[in-house]
Design a protein around this ligand. Structure first.
Ligand code: NDP
Length: 487
């Protein structure tokens, strides 16, 4: 089945080919066949898109002077448009990324909810009055930062683009979105939604292209005021250093190595189910994957048996086949990277107790077996580095203190899970885990209303919730001497 969605760049309210006429060909990772060909932007298109976004956010522009409720109405209209195209976007995402329609459908639902949530923020962006000494009125205004660039990864292409676009637009900014060239398609549906909802020209621009050219040029554009980046820690660090040249603000949502900590008093059936979901959903290609299972020695064998049984019973399926609960890796090269990590785990002395390679009965698609390693120690590379695939490392602990020590001994700090029926233990663990998000007795979990982001090398700043409002507005302080005649 061929793609028949949008194929052009969207700049200043127009669908347009790339200036140099370049294109990107995308593969369906379940069939290894070409699925779509879309325009591929270059630096010249970045200049066009940024100029359009800059003009659209100037003081006096339609977008800047629009009433906050009207802006909220436009974001609600965008949410409605996305919802109206949900089935189509789901299918496109499924073909482009390989995730199952069930998973892709959740992503689209989350994007709709996120747009609705931030539509409700537009008329609630208030500053504050500040008590200061003397006869003065002192207050802050919250103003948009200006042009925002959004650089999105391939693992949740639609949902993660919307996660930063919605608050940026709600706060009165304009946006240029660059999806990953591995999965460029669903981003173009934001442009369709913006066009149908009648957003002013230039407010949202979408330019698929490569990270090395389009992403890097965006970061270095002096007219870009904020970069919302979601991707690997390595590229995030590079972007942060490049953004320093223009003192451009950054939000960095980076990698993770989430510990899922199971205490002996946990509901083991629920924990096993949560552990399985937390590592094998989306073929394990998740920043917040629970890729380290920390399990108490007394229940180690029982929990491992349950998780292995679930892993072995997980059907692998074509990206468009919902009977298959785990889709393929996004590309051949990514599958090979994951397989290299599995070999590394074996070489390091860990034991494969489930999966461990490519399924024998598949002759096409970049599938990987759900893989579980036991006998892992936290100093092994498979326990320290983000594999970004369906590979679980099981590490045993003896007591609460040791569990927290192992959990916190990581360069990452995105998301951690705690499984216990002891409420005191749950709170104690939550307060002492060095992670931006803690889920107790389910994993992982997030909502548009709750902050998403990491400690340590997992990122900087927060998306979602009220926290994102701070990322996409800047405070202006106004001090008025109201007692002039008394001085
Ligand atoms: P990458 O860092 O490779 O790429 C992310 C985005 O950055 C892509 O759009 C890519 O473009 C672009 N890019 C690459 N190089 C540059 C550059 N020099 N300048 C500007 N942009 C650039 O990550 P992946 O796409 O491989 O995504 C996986 C990573 O994302 C994992 O580490 C994962 O943990 C993390 N992630 C974090 C999340 C979070 O919320 N914390 C959520 C989801 C993923 P292109 O692909 O076109 O080259």
């Amino acid at each position: 089945m061929r793609y028949d969605g949008p194929t052009q760049l969207y700049i200043d309210g127009e669908w347009t080919p790339a200036v140099d006429g370049g294109t990107i060909e995308t593969l369906d990772p379940a069939t290894e066949e070409t699925y779509a060909t879309v325009a591929c932007a270059t630096a010249k298109d970045v200049s066009r898109a940024v100029a359009a976004a800059d003009a659209a956010v100037e003081r006096g522009s339609e977008w800047r002077t629009m009433g906050p409720s009207d802006r909220g109405g436009l974001l609600h209209a965008m949410a409605d448009e996305i919802e109206g195209m949900a089935d189509e976007i789901t299918l496109v995402e499924s073909h482009d990324n390989g995730k199952t329609p069930f998973e892709a459908g959740l992503d689209v639902d989350m994007a709709v909810d996120t747009f609705r949530y931030y539509a409700g923020w537009t008329d609630k962006l208030t500053g504050e009055t500040i008590p200061v000494p003397g006869d003065r009125l002192d207050y802050t205004l919250r103003e948009p930062v200006g042009v925002t660039a959004h650089i999105a990864p391939w693992n949740y292409p639609f949902q993660l683009a919307g996660r930063s676009l919605a608050p940026a637009l709600a706060c009165g900014n304009t946006a240029v979105l660059k999806p990953s060239n591995t999965t460029p398609l669903s981003a173009l549906y934001y442009a369709k939604a913006a066009e149908a909802a009648d957003l002013p020209d230039g407010v949202l621009n979408v330019i698929p292209g490569t990270g090395s050219e389009v992403g890097s040029t965006l970061v270095n554009e002096s007219a870009v005021d904020h970069v919302a980046f979601t991707g690997s820690t390595g590229v995030g660090k590079h972007i942060m250093s490049e953004a320093a040249d223009n003192v451009t603000g950054v939000t960095l949502e980076l990698g993770g190595k989430g510990p899922n900590v199971v205490f002996p008093d946990a509901d083991l059936e629920a924990a096993s189910k949560g552990v399985h979901y937390g590592i094998f959903m989306n073929c394990g290609q998740m920043c917040w994957a629970g890729s380290r299972l920390l399990v108490h020695k007394d229940i180690h064998d029982e929990v491992v048996d349950r998780v292995v049984a679930r892993a072995e019973a997980t059907p692998l399926g074509s990206g468009i086949d919902d009977d298959g609960r785990m889709g393929p890796a996004v590309s051949e090269s990514h599958r090979d990277d994951v397989l290299e990590y599995i070999q590394l785990g074996v070489d390091e002395g860990a034991t494969v107790v489930a999966g461990g390679g490519v399924p024998e009965d598949t002759d096409q698609g970049y599938f990987i077996e759900p893989t579980v390693f036991t006998d892992v120690t936290n100093d092994m590379q498979i326990a320290r580095e983000e594999i970004f695939g369906p590979v679980l490392s099981v590490i045993e602990f003896s007591n609460f203190e040791e569990a927290l020590e192992i959990a916190n001994d990581s360069p990452f700090g995105l998301s951690a899970g705690v499984w216990t029926t002891d409420i005191d233990k749950a709170h104690a663990a939550a307060s002492r885990l060095d992670y931006g998000m803690i889920s107790v007795n389910e994993y992982p979990q997030t909502f548009p209303q709750t902050p998403f982001g990491g400690y340590k090398e997992s990122g900087l700043g927060r998306e979602q919730g009220m926290e994102a409002i701070r990322e996409y507005t800047q405070a202006k302080n106004v001090n008025i001497n109201v007692g002039l005649d008394t001085q």
